[in-house]
Design a protein around this ligand. Structure first.
Ligand code: MG
Length: 249
């Protein structure tokens, strides 16, 4: 069931979005060679709790941390660890959510660790632009398939692949609500977009094949072929005035 939000609820969600975005920004500033992903997670948790908010992911389905931190071939759901020390040239996907006044914000970004290869930078640029292509189609009267096809049509001609096994989602009082928001699809197909819908659009784009596998820890999701993967996400409200990104400063 899709939950439509009132204008007032969307305004409240902006606070959760702002806290989520700021936590993600601080996490990104901490990305440098020699830093552990555990340290970055600690920064995220401390900031969110200082704001009187709650890390959305901590304990969600048993997830043991406040941020998902996914390095290089890890697509999503990387578990922060003192043993995972960032190195020059890594790409580091960080996914952060915060709940504040009853609503969640959800956002992700892939950060370079020091100087990265041209290939890695191109993957980051394409995934970020694919996200914004999707957001442009998050317009009342369009359908979910318009968003996914825009992401797909941006990424695939650049010889990247779009992960199918994980998708975006509605977000609001619950972290994951209807509808599902795939990063692939057919224009004009799927759930119709209505004012008051709030969705997380989050392309996961691989340099190689779109196949992924989940490791034995039941969380860490990697590319099956070991290729690099990037992940960018914003929480977006569909309004009569067009798409509004909620996860902004
Ligand atoms: Mg999400």
């Amino acid at each position: 069931m899709v939950v439509l939000k009132t204008t007032r609820e969307i305004a409240a969600m902006r606070d959760a979005g702002r806290i989520s975005q700021q936590a993600l920004r601080l996490a990104g500033e901490a990305v440098e060679p020699g830093v552990s992903t555990f340290e970055i997670d600690s920064i995220v948790r401390r900031y969110i709790e200082e704001q009187g908010a709650v890390p959305s992911f901590l304990g969600y389905g048993g997830f043991p941390a406040s941020a998902c931190i996914s390095v290089n071939n890890v697509v999503i759901h990387g578990i922060p660890s003192k043993q995972t020390i960032l190195k020059q040239g890594d790409i580091v996907s960080i996914d952060v959510g915060a709940r504040y006044n009853g609503y969640h914000g959800d956002n992700a970004w892939t950060f370079p660790c020091g100087d990265i290869s041209h290939e890695a930078q191109a993957l980051l640029d394409t995934t970020r632009e694919a996200l914004y292509e999707g957001i442009k189609r998050a317009v009342a009267g369009n359908r979910i398939g318009d968003i996914g096809s825009a992401v797909q049509r941006y990424a695939e001609p650049r010889s990247y692949s779009v992960v199918r096994d994980f998708v975006g989602h509605g977000v609001g009082a619950k972290l994951h609500e209807d509808p599902s928001v795939p990063n692939y699809g057919t224009p004009g197909r799927g759930v119709r977009l209505l004012p008051g819908m709030t969705i997380a659009i989050e392309p996961m784009i691989n340099a190689g094949s779109n196949k992924v596998k989940v490791l034995s820890d039941k969380w860490t999701t990697v590319t099956a072929d070991g290729s690099l993967s990037a992940h960018f996400e914003h929480t977006v409200a569909i309004t009569p005035d067009g798409p509004v990104i909620m996860t902004l400063p």
